[in-house]
Design a protein around this ligand. Structure first.
Ligand SMILES: C[S@@+](CC[C@H](N)C(=O)[O-])C[C@H]1O[C@@H](n2cnc3c(N)ncnc32)[C@H](O)[C@@H]1O
Ligand SMILES: Nc1nc2[nH]cc(C(=O)O)c2c(=O)[nH]1
Ligand code: SF4
Ligand SMILES: [Mg+2]
Length: 212
């Protein structure tokens, strides 16, 4: 299993397989519209069939970079905030990365399925639960926002409600259409949110803007 082979790297968290890093605008969820430096870490064993970041799945395909070096790149940009995504960042000990970001007074935001225990201190955690591997209990407790992906209109609203029962009272709730199904799904999502106003809509606005 991937977790065994990469065990030392996952546990240390001092060097990370970097898929890509780029300065852009957060396209999704509560912080939509905010300029942020993105760090995409390789490695994911969840296997969502509609994943838009499949190039990140195999950690071995990406060069290892020290947390100091990748944070230096973010610090050299004008960004005040960093979004850590993947791949599945919760596979890693994220404490060294968080500490290095905090040393430089950078706000840190996490995009995760929460399938493994979330480590490190985060300013904002976006939890996006997946059918293939549910979040661990502690991930629900730590989430600042729940962002559930609607692919199948018949099944996914009910699944979203099940996950919403498990997050804290302050956790914001978002529904985001799976991108390839956007035209098919969006009308039903709008109706659902109007009828169930604890939910909000999240769009992958960077895809509409044609930016990374
Ligand atoms: C690529 S994932 C990486 C982080 C983590 N593995 C996760 O799934 O939360 C980043 C975000 O994009 C969402 N996402 C991935 N593929 C998508 C797609 N085809 N349409 C809409 N959202 C998608 C995920 O649910 C997650 O919220
Ligand atoms: N602009 C932009 N916003 C994003 N929000 C979450 C993303 C991700 O892939 O985690 C993402 C991304 O890939 N690009
Ligand atoms: S958990 Fe995230 S990175 Fe992994 S396959 Fe699913 S959407 Fe892609
Ligand atoms: Mg993305």
């Amino acid at each position: 299993m991937m977790r065994d082979k990469y065990k030392d790297i996952f546990e240390a968290g001092t060097d990370l397989p970097l898929v890509e890093d780029f300065y852009t605008i957060q396209g999704e969820g509560y912080h939509t519209g905010k300029p942020a430096y993105f760090i995409r870490i390789g490695g994911c064993d969840i296997g969502c069939r509609w994943c838009d970041s499949k190039i990140s799945w195999n950690p071995k395909e990406h060069r290892l970079i020290s947390v100091e070096e990748v944070v230096r790149k973010a610090v050299e940009s004008p960004a005040k905030s960093v979004v850590v995504t993947g791949g599945e960042p919760s596979l890693y000990n994220l404490e060294p990365l968080c500490s290095e970001l905090k040393k430089h007074n950078i706000e840190n935001f996490l995009e995760t399925s929460g399938a493994y225990e979330i480590t490190g201190e985060w300013d904002w955690i976006c939890l996006s639960p997946k059918a293939n591997k549910a979040p661990v209990e502690s991930s629900y407790k730590k989430a600042n926002e729940l962002k559930f992906i609607i692919f199948d209109l018949e099944k996914d609203f009910a699944l979203a409600e099940e996950h919403a029962k498990l997050v804290g009272d302050d956790c914001l709730l978002y529904l985001q259409s799976e991108w390839s199904q956007y035209v098919h799904n969006i009308k039903a999502i709008v109706e659902y949110v109007k009828n169930n106003p604890k939910w909000n809509i999240s769009l992958q606005s960077h895809k509409f803007m044609r930016i990374p």
